[in-house]
Design a protein around this ligand. Structure first.
Ligand code: NAD
Length: 482
């Protein structure tokens, strides 16, 4: 196996070539566990972005014209090579994102799975044929590729957020320009390298990164050759890009922020609920859009639950993601740590008590310890904003109606979790929650075969499943008389 930083790709990937940025700029990618640079990458500007759009535009017709089976086989090859390189990729993700190796390995498996799933879906893009109500005519509906798609992804799952878009886009016959987050471009380039090696034709996938995303993304969204935007990131940036996309009436899929409630009823299996909350809270050290953000615990089970949670959180080993013994890595950057410190400080000032953790350690890098707060007031900022860190805030509740109302009292609606031994109650509560995804007695919702996405201000559209491919197609209705 190669070492992590050997053969790192640091240039822009445009039209099948590794290029320097036209403006000549570069910037550093930092190791979050030390704050030291790992690599220097090219800093793309609008001219590079338009060159990538041109490459995608040229490549798209031939890619769309390939037999679905051929596209499927290339995608399956991507799954195989990503799986072969899993250790190498996981080490790179841990290095630039900071997450623990176990989380990074999980991410690579999840990321590769999108290529497998969409290699299977590529040959099943099925249309419709029906008789018009008048009886004389036929209604024929086909699903055609939307064209060139701009993909913008966050740093928290640098491989999976990219493949969750690239795989369905390619399966549908689209070409893409991917703009990954500036904190984690190396993983995106490593994925591009694999696609190139497997035989994805030049220009079908282009990747470029920049420290100043506004003008670069804007240039692409205003280029008439672009027809779709698929964005994953925060709700404020999502709103801004929706406004920009309106100028050309682009087809938009938006995977935005969350504020997930995790509801534990008195009758829940305590150990199962604790296992579940550790996954829902601590995957990626709490830096997930699906992370349990408000942990509602019914009065009867609260004491035992908080004790169990504190034991588990307190036992986690904090360290650099790349150390095999690490269970909780650093946050991605200094801004992330500051935000967590602010939210904890405000919650404590408002009456929450610190059960474990709660203080930034004296060491280099962007570390914050696994922390449990009990008695978080529902009005605390921590219950209204995404914590995006290893802090579990427990909010006590009495009745089912009370907790459903509290859980729904947010602009977000991405994921929610319910623990109860009474499955009828679990399903009834799942129906009442204003959320795109609900896990009942599970701490994880993500599955490439399922429609992932949010309601309210958590997004538009779905990724994964059959729906994920439809986001990259347009329906064409052909009115036929024969
Ligand atoms: P972010 O919104 O700051 O950035 C996301 C992407 O948008 C990055 O590539 C960034 O460079 C780019 N960007 C930022 N400002 C921009 C601008 N003005 N114009 C164009 N592009 C711009 O989010 P983040 O901090 O990278 O990621 C964390 C957020 O992502 C959280 O809110 C999290 O909930 C969300 N997220 C959502 C999902 C989901 O599936 N719903 C998955 C992962 C993360």
């Amino acid at each position: 196996m190669k070492t992590v930083t050997e053969d790192l790709r640091t240039r822009l990937f445009i039209g099948g070539e590794w290029r320097t940025a036209e403006g000549g700029g570069t910037f550093e990618v930092l190791d979050p566990s030390t704050g030291n640079p790992i690599a220097r990458v090219e800093d793309a500007g609008p001219a590079d972005a338009l060159a990538a759009v041109e490459a995608a535009h040229r490549a798209q017709p031939a890619w769309a014209a390939l037999a679905p089976r051929e596209r499927a086989e290339i995608l399956h090859g991507c799954y195989e090579v990503m799986t072969e390189r899993a250790e190498e990729l996981a080490a790179l993700i841990s290095l630039e994102n900071g997450k623990a190796l176990a989380d990074a390995r999980g991410e690579v498996a999840y990321a590769a799975e999108f290529f497998r799933w969409y290699s299977e879906e590529a040959v099943r893009v099925v249309g419709d044929l029906s008789v018009a109500p008048g009886g004389a005519n036929r209604i024929m509906v086909q699903h055609q590729p939307v064209g060139v798609a701009v993909l913008v992804t966050p740093w928290n799952f640098p491989a999976a957020m990219a493949t969750r878009k690239i795989a369905p886009a390619l399966a549908a016959g689209c070409s893409v320009v991917l703009k990954p987050a500036a904190q984690t471009p190396l993983t995106a380039y490593a994925v591009a390298d694999i696609l190139h090696e497997v035989g994805v034709p030049a220009g079908v996938v282009n990747v470029l990164t920049t420290e100043d995303p506004g003008p670069v993304v804007s240039a692409m969204l205003h280029d008439p050759r672009v027809r779709a935007l698929s964005f994953t990131g925060s709700t404020p940036v999502g709103r801004l890009l929706l406004r920009e996309a309106a100028d050309q009436v682009l087809k938009c899929s938006m995977e935005l922020g969350g504020n997930a409630p995790f509801i534990v009823f008195d009758d829940a299996d305590l150990d199962d609920a604790l296992d579940g909350v550790m996954i829902a809270k601590m995957r990626n050290g709490g830096q997930a859009c699906t992370a349990a953000n408000r942990i509602y615990v019914q009065h009867g089970i609260r004491e035992a639950f908080v004790r169990g949670l504190a034991e588990r959180m307190g036992a986690l080993v904090l360290g650099p993601g790349t150390d095999p013994g690490t269970q909780c890595g650093p946050l991605v950057d200094e801004a992330g740590v500051r935000k967590v410190e602010r939210l904890v400080g405000e919650a404590v000032a408002a009456g929450a008590s610190v059960v474990v953790g709660g203080e930034r350690p004296q060491r280099d890098g962007y570390f914050y310890p696994p922390t449990v707060l009990d008695g978080v007031p529902p009005a605390a900022a921590m219950a209204r904003e995404e914590v995006f860190g290893p802090v579990a805030g427990v909010i006590p509740f009495g009745t089912e109606d009370e907790v459903v109302a509290a859980a729904n009292d947010t602009e977000h609606g991405l994921s929610a979790y319910v623990y109860t031994r009474d499955l009828a109650r679990g399903l009834a509560v799942a129906e009442r929650l204003e959320s795109g995804m609900v896990a009942v007695n599970r701490g994880l919702v993500s599955d490439p075969a399922a429609p992932f996405g949010g309601v309210k201000q958590s997004g538009l559209g779905r990724e994964g499943g059959g729906e994920g491919l439809r986001e990259f197609t347009e329906q064409k209705y052909v009115a036929v008389a024969w």
